[in-house]
Design a protein around this ligand. Structure first.
Ligand SMILES: [Zn+2]
Length: 304
């Protein structure tokens, strides 16, 4: 049993080396997964740049133009948190197609991933918190438009609330948005989703796991999705620069296992995405992101 992932070397965009965003994590994760036999090179599928028609189902043409040609208003670039470059434009177009491809692979194979994505702070008319386009929203709307799916569930375990995604789907009963995050953390003005769980600073493994398990049970008793998007942000780890939640590395692995084994057992196609992670070193960031893919490999080998 194996699974496929999307990746392109174009996921890297040039930013200053001392920037808070660990831009090298994408190539680092790709190397780590292929060199350690977690994903074989033949299962790495390279995306092309997404067609604008797909972006327009979620984003305004004015905002897409800013990403294509650069910001004229510096305030909007600062809000995004990443300096514009042609590389950033290309990276953003590639990563969204990577999530769309991964969703199609999940519908075929049961589970897949994108070695990027989960850019949940992107709103229709602006980007923020290092998120350019809302890859999950664009993908869901593309799949719905072509009748691949009707209903989607977003399980957002990044430590920051998925404000852009919650906003986009606030009046859409076909998409269930679930976010479990640090209540006192960014974004300070949360957008209400279908289920938001705000955790206290310093929450540890056991409380986190129990809360997550209960929430998944509640959601799946009332909503039957055709596909799941799992945002496996690793910024819940103790010591994360932007985290404030205290999961151990083993607690993070258990979190991934709770979500992924539940979906595999129920045979719900699942797309794994990275979202955020700001560990002390790039190596730690990469190894923590790699865990969810390792968990997938082990679950597939043990037949869940
Ligand atoms: Zn985050």
């Amino acid at each position: 049993m194996s699974f496929r992932v999307s990746y392109s070397s174009g996921y890297y965009a040039p930013i200053p080396e001392n920037h808070a965003f660990p831009m090298r994590k994408f190539e680092g994760l790709h190397s780590y997964l292929t060199q350690n036999g977690i994903v074989s090179t033949k299962n790495v599928v390279e995306p092309s740049q997404i067609d604008v028609v797909n972006l327009l189902r979620v984003h305004s043409s004015e905002y897409i133009n800013e990403i294509q040609y650069g910001f004229s208003d510096r305030k909007r670039e600062r809000l995004l948190g990443l300096p514009w470059s042609d590389g950033l434009r290309k990276r953003s177009f590639l990563a969204v197609q990577g999530t769309l491809n991964a969703a199609l692979m999940a519908l075929q194979d049961g589970i897949s991933g994108n070695l990027a994505g989960g850019t949940h702070h992107a709103f229709p008319d602006h980007g923020e918190g290092f998120c350019v386009f809302n890859d999950v929203a664009i993908t869901i709307k593309a799949l719905q438009a072509s009748m691949w799916i009707k209903k989607a569930l977003i399980i957002d375990c990044d430590v920051h609330q998925g404000n852009g995604t919650a906003f986009i789907f606030k009046d859409d009963p076909s998409v269930f948005t679930f976010s479990i995050h640090g209540e006192k953390n960014y974004p300070f003005r949360k957008q209400p989703g279908d289920l938001d769980i705000g955790l206290a600073d310093g929450t540890t493994d056991l409380t986190y796991h129990k809360t997550l398990e209960r929430a998944l049970g509640d959601i799946l008793s009332q909503f039957q999705p055709d596909i799941v998007f799992y945002l496996g942000g690793i910024d819940v780890l103790s010591g994360d620069r932007f985290g404030r939640i205290n999961l151990t590395l083993d607690g993070l692995r258990r979190r991934d296992e709770i979500v992924l084994s539940t979906m595999l057992k129920l045979h719900i196609p699942t797309v794994q995405l990275l979202s955020g992670g700001y560990a002390a070193t790039l190596k730690e960031t990469v190894e923590a992101h790699a865990q969810q893919f390792m968990v997938t490999k082990q679950l597939l080998q043990s037949k869940y």
